[in-house]
Design a protein around this ligand. Sequence first.
Ligand code: PMP
Length: 361
Amino acid sequence: SYPAHVAALKPYVPGLPISAVAARSGIAQDRIVKLASNENPLGASPKALAALSRAAIDLSRYPDSDCAALSDAIAAFHDVPRDWIVVGAGSESVLGNLVSTLLQPGRSTAYSQYSFQAYVNAAQKLGATSTVVPSPDFRVDLEGLADAIQPSTALVYIANPGNPTGTVVDPDALEAFLDRVPAHVVVLLDEAYFEFMPADLRGDSVAWVRRHPNLVVTRTFSKAYGLAGLRIGYGIAQSGLSDVMRRVRSPFTISDAAQVAAIAALDDVEFIEQTVAMTDQGRSALISGLGAKGYRCIRSHTNFILADVGGGAAFASRLEKQGLIVRPVTAYGLADWVRISIGTPAEIGRILAVPSGVNTS
Ligand code: PMP
């Protein structure tokens, strides 16, 4: 029989794949718009695509398990030593490495209400207990989080910006929080949506890593860089932590294709700027369009919004009939709400064109 904490696990429910919606709705795949997983609607970084088409990748060979060239490129990008970089098959896998080095039954973790579900599952499956700090305004209560730290606390998780909330934490408050966290507690600062944050709201998280040997910052190529399908992300931490994270990592999980594409994407400043500019405009259009229908949205600094539509599942299934995939957030305890990724102007137009009306399903 399974340990009780394993038996109690609930599956992570991702956004529906386009193929699944096409199969059950009969709508052609190219008419279906997926705005459920915060992907880049412009596609992948063109520099990454060009590098992939040039690269002679031998599929019969295992990839470089150490991700040497990519680690060098990321270390140069952030101006940190190469051994501070831990590459993973998506930042979620870096998160998985970190929790497996720290959590076990008898140890605990602390995080804000409405934290990223994959993190909650990752902690649960190791049998750690969790302290969830209430977030009535959809923001991370840093004071509450610091107060929640106990002798058994091994890890504190903060996503900035958060998912599914889209809210950010104040950089000065975050810095003060890091100063307050005792040395036996590791802080995971998940910056999956960092590129979408306006400059004046960003903290210098790499400088914080330099000052705090108990801090891990994670970033991903899945969102702004448009490489979700290749599964690639990384963590930055001082040598003590990064070394142990590398030791628990499974070898060969990061393909050479992912490594080649990520190196080129890091350089694609233009694409990131274009993505962020389109996202900023799209987010305003979506929020005001939904507002005109009477739906309230939380102020977001990411490539998605959280909207109170008075029944997320029914809203999502109404849109699905039009070939539009959005994400109910019932698993987060937000049954009235839905999360919608920012698409292209045309995609946002299709979302807003769906009549609000009474939910029928
Ligand atoms: N952190 C947050 C807050 C996320 O929303 C996501 C993706 N949904 C991830 C991490 C993981 O992304 P990936 O594994 O693709 O890097």
